[in-house]
Design a protein around this ligand. Sequence first.
Ligand code: F6P
Length: 322
Amino acid sequence: MKTIGILTSGGDSPGMNPAVRAAVLAAHSAGLTVFGVNRGYAGMMENDFAELSPAYVADIVNRGGTVLYSARSKEFCTEDGMTKAIANCRSRGIEGVVVIGGDGSFRGARDLSERGLPCVGVPGTIDNDIACTDYTIGYDTCLNTIADMVDRIRDTSYSHDRVMFVEVMGRGAGWLALTSAVASGATAVLLPEIEWDFDRDVLAAIRREQAQGKRYFIIIAAEGCTADGKESVDELAKRTQAATGLESRSVVLGHVQRGGIPTVRDRVIAAQMGTRAVQLLQDGIGNRVVALKAEAVVDYDIFQALKMSKSIDTKLYALVNG
Ligand code: F6P
């Protein structure tokens, strides 16, 4: 393989840039030409490529977001879209692509691989919801941001003896909510993966801690439990105030969680994964997904990886809602 492409796709995550940097540097040392594809698969279809040099990535190791931009493209999922994307790659001599993103991006990588353009996926999403890997790039930075925000929320909740509902990201996955709830000493956590009940998991938890002398309460809810037409954190706060007499408020942390300087953990894992992805392509191995298992960087067949499932850590859950 002489020329490869690299793209970031789906929701951006802090650590995508260090992964791009590592991939470009590894490719350069191996004598490969690298094209960055701007805006993920959308840019691949629209012929938005730029050759990347080590100088281009010299300053991005500590930058959040992605210098390659990101997008979610519906058109790419059509046969026409993929044909266009592959033709644009071929016209530049691109023989393999590093795809940094989440599950949706991996499905795109699988589809391209099936059509003869080998891809290697690198897990980049704040959600940590990719089944084949213990860890996704961006998760640690996002958790630290949430923990910092909740610490600030704690100061004001404590000062007013209030209940505070905090909605964190995670439409389909509760990893961010669960881990941040443990880290923040939350009274309760609501996850999309585990059925919850307002009286049992919220009111009873508040009353239990109240009986132990606690005067303020933080409840963390994953977006998947309280967004998109479900009872919102604001409505839950109002219900709680009516039931307990405790002043209750809510906050949706939103996209503040997705930005920021990547933590050391995200940078180091990104460096290892980005390098591994290029090594695989360099050895002529495509259709793989890089993953972290028991702190070691490994890789899996992309088709198998997409069939795997990952369940939420019930021991961690019991530490909060136990
Ligand atoms: O997948 C990452 C993520 O941040 C999810 O946690 C969240 O549900 C979603 O993206 C939000 O997407 P958007 O930025 O398109 O609103």
